[in-house]
Design a protein around this ligand. Structure first.
Ligand code: HEC
Length: 192
């Protein structure tokens, strides 16, 4: 009888211990999953070159990671006007704090912002069109985890408008790099 009681008590202790470890294990796993997703996003954003354009100082050999991905004031001038790599931190007014993760993923894969406008070059979104959901959402989670930096990136300068600020201007292409007529152009001009 006494033995049965001891066995029952021991079983109860083991059961409650298991319950406690089970619960804390589940909590730890949940936290890990978000942290792991952010780490995966950080890894992808790094290897995919987001810092090149979006982190100040990157092209000058001195990226400032205290202001990581807070945008750049170096203009990119081409037939599309002058564009600026924008503030990707979650700052509500000057960054993309108001965007949901799904909206970030959509912009990355399709080049379309939540307001329906299209991302200008040199934002290489066509390179990102094939990102899997897991990878695209990991990048979005990483961007959401950044410290919000207040930084108004200059507005896009429309084509044909003079801009006196610092900018990279694309010269006309050398012959080798010039766009070649596509097969549909050939078909249209009857040269096939
Ligand atoms: C070669 C330079 C370049 C690289 C590399 C680059 N971007 Fe961009 N990105 C830009 C430019 C320029 C714009 C602004 C385009 C415009 O004004 O329409 C932009 C815009 C964006 C926007 C829209 C933000 C807004 O407020 O409208 C998002 C989101 C974005 N980039 C995310 C990324 C991510 C994430 C990566 C890496 C996976 C990345 N970009 C890599 C140049 C770049």
């Amino acid at each position: 009888m006494r033995l049965t009681r001891i066995i029952t008590a021991t079983a109860l202790v083991i059961a409650s211990l298991a319950a406690v470890t089970g619960i804390s294990g589940a909590v730890a796993r949940k936290t890990d999953t978000r942290a792991q997703k952010i780490e995966r996003g950080r890894y992808l954003a790094t290897t995919m070159g987001c810092n090149d354009c979006h982190t100040p100082g990157m092209f000058y050999g001195a990226p400032d990671f205290a202001r990581q991905l807070s945008g750049s004031e170096l203009g990119w001038s081409g037939p599309w006007g002058v564009s600026f790599a924008r503030n990707l931190t979650p700052h509500a007014q000057t960054g993309i704090g108001g965007w949901s993760e799904a909206q970030i993923v959509n912009a990355l894969r399709t080049g379309v912002r939540p307001d329906g406008s299209t991302l200008l070059p040199p934002m290489p979104w066509p390179n990102y069109a094939l990102l899997t959901d897991a990878d695209a959402y990991a990048i979005a989670a990483f961007l959401k985890s950044l410290p919000a930096v207040e930084h108004h990136v200059p507005a896009v300068v429309p084509p044909g408008t003079a801009y006196a600020g610092v900018q990279l201007v694309f010269p006309p292409p050398p012959a080798w790099d010039a766009p070649r007529p596509t097969s549909s152009d050939h078909a249209a001009s009857g040269s096939r």
